[in-house]
Design a binder for this molecule. Sequence first.
Ligand code: SF4
Length: 450
Amino acid sequence: MKLIIDEKQIESVLSEAAPSTAEVSAIISKAREKKGLELDEAVALLDGADDSTLFSAAAAVKKEIYGKRLVLFAPLYLSSYCVNDCAYCGFHASNPSPRKKLSHDEIVAQVRVLESMGHKRLLLEAGEHPDNSIDYVTEAMKTIYSTKGPKGQSIRRLNVNIAATTKENYARLKEAGIGTYQLFQETYHRATYGKLHCGPKADYERQLTALDRAFEAGIEDVGIGALFGLYDWRFEVLALIQHAQYLEQKHGVGPHTISVPRFRPAPSVGLQPTAFSDSDFLRAIAVLRLSVPYTGMILSTRESPSLRSKAFELGISQASAASVTEPGGYGKAATSTAQFETADHRSLDEVVLALCSRGLLPSFCTACYRSNRTGCDFMELAKKGAIQDLCTPNAALTFKEYLLDHASIETRTQGEALLEKAVRKVQGKTGEELCRRLKRLEEGERDLFF
Ligand code: SF4
């Protein structure tokens, strides 16, 4: 049986001799066809391509598939109770700091704050603990979907990142309206995984096979990721590609998203991360974009604003903004009970303004999930690069809502100018319909999508 992660194959590819210039250039040409890369090709680019060639190929592929939109979201931490003692996480069981689990009323209050900022999609997070049962999580989802702001604002898509669980529990998440189920392997290197984990999460296989159970339970969109800084970054990049290939072969659908978090300091965590420079980080993002071109790529606020700007250009298609990583933290002063330290402390409006100034279209779109364009249906459009025909008009509609309901004066001025340019590029019947719908938003309607 083919292994999900074949460490021997990865190690062997990593030890291959550096490629020639002609080989690198042939691989770049292949990558530009947007059909993905094999492991040996990915490593040839990691080691042999110059930054400028690699980054411009990745930027072109990202633009040809997703256009100029960047989807924004925020994490919502439900509970910091956790039975696992992971060496890299501020919620680890032996951290004596106080814990917090949000009550129904606290969830409502947090959602109201996020809605008032302008967020429309959230990523739910909770530690692994008997108190954070599937009943609690699905009840929280129900509460969040039904909490409306004063102008009818709502959270329209909930992605979920909870510990690996059973097929039955994944079916419950599906029933409760999950968008994407995200689960990171943290490190794909089995021996390192064993050293860094203690508790039920120490079971490498349970973690690695969780997405298979999620698919079997009917969840159609899953997200993978590695926490860079735990083991050699080149190994993790290849393992992510291998995992993506496995999911596509086994389930006919590759990962809806790949996340690329890097280790950050956290309360009561003394781990020293492995070396991974900013420039190597950008190369890793570019190579992943070229190797798995159809996937959404997610960047968190673990990275600084300047590095995030660069990464948005060359592969990232979704980003969290104005994140707080402790339960109940939105709308309050920061305390020392966060899961990790963030490096981008800007407000959502500041992030949106920065995107506008770089010509990227901020998006709060949730249209595919709500139109049942999930799983294979979504992948088919993404692989052809046809998804941007929906992403751009949907980004325009949701950005317009943001400008009308939440933006500062400066963001509104710059945003309207950017929006006008973006809308002019949408041709034909869709362009005409988009203009009509933008007018309807100005007249007070909300939540229009293609
Ligand atoms: S149209 Fe679909 S893929 Fe594009 S941003 Fe909206 S939900 Fe995402």
